[in-house]
Design a protein around this ligand. Sequence first.
Ligand code: HEM
Length: 416
Amino acid sequence: MKKAHEFDLNSPEIMEYPYDFYKAIHRDNARAVEVQGVGHWIGRMDDIKEITKNTSIFSNSYFSEGGPLPTGVSGKPLEKDVKEIFDSGPKVVNALWTTDPPKHTLHRKLVNKAFTGKWVRSMEPKIRDIANGLIDSFIDEGKTDFIKDYAVYVPMIVIAEALGMSREDAKQFKHWSDDILSGNLDVLDHRARLRVAKSFVEANNHFEATIDERRKCPADDLITSLATAEVEGKSLDTSEVLPIVNTLMLAGNETTTNLIGNAMKLLFEYPEAMYDISHDYNLIPGFIDEVMRFEAPVQCLYRVVTEDTEIGDVKISKDSSIMLGWGTAGRDPKYFDNPDIFDIYRSNSSQNVGFGFGPHICVGLGLAKAEAKIAFETLFDRLKDIELDKNSDLSHIPTFATRGYKKLNLQFKNNN
Ligand code: HEM
């Protein structure tokens, strides 16, 4: 079998199936594997846990001061017309995800005040209502593209409504987030950069107006909590709230879509799991944890190295990047027995790091788990004899950073 460093991470085969690469990392105890054009890949759970806590050497501050989007990661100059669009929008700075302590600690305390367990529980009836509304739109047809019609819209409508938008406006919201997420600005062509800039500024204008409105007239929603929360007498100003709102819009959508999509596909591969969870909804949380371990929707994320350092006996130089392989750690045999076996009854699936680890651990993990749980409960309440159309394209989205399906065509019967 190939050594870990012999795999080409940019090859279509690895994007489709990265698990032989991960297996090689654990077999060889490879602590930092150099990946061409990417940086060093870290896959062992112990290393990931150590590194995420060491924010002074492994930093999240790898974007320019104007925030992550206007210049991309490399700071490559923008064309004049693209820059003009960005400059016409509200000011944004680095906040929360793109900062390190102590700034991150303050931002995180403020955001945690909004994302409480109580708030997630208060969202549950709304999530169920959204899931039912989506199923209403396709149930009579007896078939659906599960990703496009369901897995995309459950998280999208939930977060759009939480941010003060109406259900009807969720399509606008999707349009902005699709544009903004359409690629790293560094590699997009001029036309695409114009499109990203336009959507970025439109979204920020919209949310700036909503933040102003909520400060004057508070409502019972997430955007009010973010705009008005105080820690040690400090609150966030609009240039900080805006990038946090952007992160919520972007971080909570495709990720949760992929969790729901990956979970659905695994149920076809493991029909006994489908039978068990559809007959006992108490098994769904453990199933979701196991999906997060086995097929993490976010397979890896960057850190930038602030000083020359070593991981094991591998030298890592200042300013280089490392990738934290959340999905690789899910297959670490030191933590999970027979890690390549999917088992909804595994006792320690919840130890996965699919939502990250350390100070930046996912803000929305409670919400994402609630969305996935309710999405499946509602599905099993309403549909039966669900089958996968095996003739449809079952390939993954072509990237090694996230893991999800482009489409999943299903057939089913109405459960009434
Ligand atoms: C299955 C769905 C999700 C997955 C797999 C996921 C994954 C992650 C991961 C791996 C991180 C760690 C980032 C790092 O260490 O650099 C993270 C952070 C974050 N996530 Fe999620 N996420 C999901 C859903 C959500 C949702 C629903 C929201 C909010 C609505 C959200 C908001 C955030 C935010 C704001 C951060 C940054 C936290 C910080 O820097 O302190 N995520 N997420």
